[in-house]
Design a protein around this ligand. Sequence first.
Ligand code: F6R
Length: 593
Amino acid sequence: MCGIVGYIGVRQAQPVLFSCLKRLEYRGYDSCGIAVAGSRIEICKDAVRVAALEKSAPQLAGATGIGHTRWATHGAPSLINAHPHPDCSGKIVVVHNGIINNYQSLRKQLTAEGHQFISETDTEVIPHLVEKYYRGDLEKAVEATLKEIDGSYAIIVLAANESKLIVARRGGPLIIGVGDGENFIASDVPAVLDYTNRVIYLEDDDMGVITADSVKVKRDGVEVSRKEDKILWSMEDAQKGGYEHFMLKEIHEQPKVIRDTLIGWVSLSEEEFDLASMCGGIESMLILACGTSYHAALVGKYIMEEFLSIPIRVELASEFNYYAQALAKTGAIVITQSGETADTLKAMKKLKSVGCRVLAITNVLGSSASRIADHTIYTRAGPEISVAATKSFVAQLMVLYWLAVSYSRVDARRLADMIIQIKQLPEKVQQVLDNEDKIIESARYLSKFENVFFIGRGINYPLALEGALKLKEISYIHAEGYAAGELKHGPFALLCEKTPVIAIVAKDSTYDAMLSSIKEVKARGSPVIVLTEEGDEAVEELVDTVITLPQVDPVLSPVVNAVALQLLAYYVARKRGCPIDFPRNLAKSVTVE
Ligand code: F6R
């Protein structure tokens, strides 16, 4: 995810571009840049935040320009990889949000034709293609370019001696902010709200020609009309896409995150990533992480033990650093959303010092974890602003499913069924999101309590831990996650009508035992809320409150359960009036031990 902006009008473009870019930093902020067309096109970019570049940038004179704030996907965050990207002549410059799938073959072909590339990005093929097709008509050159590229994009093309900007979108958001004698282009509405509240939303496959006085939109070469909307939201509302909090927005992004991470599998297999050689024959595996990522690691243990039939050891990085032995022959995976968690990085260094090969699963390209690791798999969750991890957790699970499926030792039928079911997950998660009424009702009820237990068994035991972590960190209710069978070994002493228990039930080998646990809890007077799949009559007869979730293979149930538990925690915290996105005493990236 990146943010792109453009300006054409009467003002100096540079300050406008920087002010618009600052509003888009939630979309990515590992590097940024602008290009301004005056007597010639000048570019200023670096691997810094927008405010830092604004401070250090020389004055670029001109009333037309484009800008970009980056969330790296191809090539680490660096000055070279930062946008805007020029062609060979420096007369055509492009900013891009999205991913060009066929960039490698295009780059090869363009290189053979004499084009020189300087960055590692997929984007750089675009200005070179426009250059290739440019015969004095920028519109036609961009049209020809779009026919060659396969992937998702929102782009703005700036060319010397052209008093227009060309824009196009497919799969990436793009809006035009309409002014008087000036026009603005951006990935999202907040970028332009300081200047105008008149907005045109472009649709997929639209191409636009934007001058200071006009907005012309075409599809397949034919001009179409797009209506202008008036924006009535505040800036903050707009950045959250109309959601009250970033956390809710991020929870709702999960169907897309799953889809994007699944697309990531394809590019991974292109790189011929080989877990077996990476981890020395994988006869055993160690997975390390902290917090929510640790819960993903625990789910990973169940998934991989079933699919790979090898023993998996999971450790908290913070504990591993102080006592555990690392064995050189063990394959190691670390999971970290930020890629900067101090305990996890320390554990990685310890593993490397004894000769372990380390695979990192992280959401941040170029993060410290990716630099230390021998190999990195990126989750495709996009920037996560809310302190509580939600979409990054589900993206981590998707990578673990991918690893398990790719190196599976289960029979072909089971594997084929699993792949089909994994592909259906975005729809299943959407169903959870579309049916949140029961969750909201349960959240209202739970918000009155001060202590809550979460219980699960097997692959959903880590979900009990995660449900409790989400609830305590954003609602400040004391919550504990327990393996359901362990409750009777002590915590039963706390069960009473003031201590509700959330039970996570899956239709797997743990089912009967879970039902017994629920009966035991009920007998001690605790209110029970059960998460189970639709049509579970036995559970419906047993308890008053059932949150029903779509049917999925029990191995995949952590995904739908995670989304339901995130919503539950969110609505409890909202009811209690908590500062959901920024809970007290916490930070998004824990860079101290
Ligand atoms: C909880 C949460 C934290 C992080 C933990 C590890 O919602 O976000 O528990 O999961 O601090 O962070 P990463 O994954 O960045 O290593």
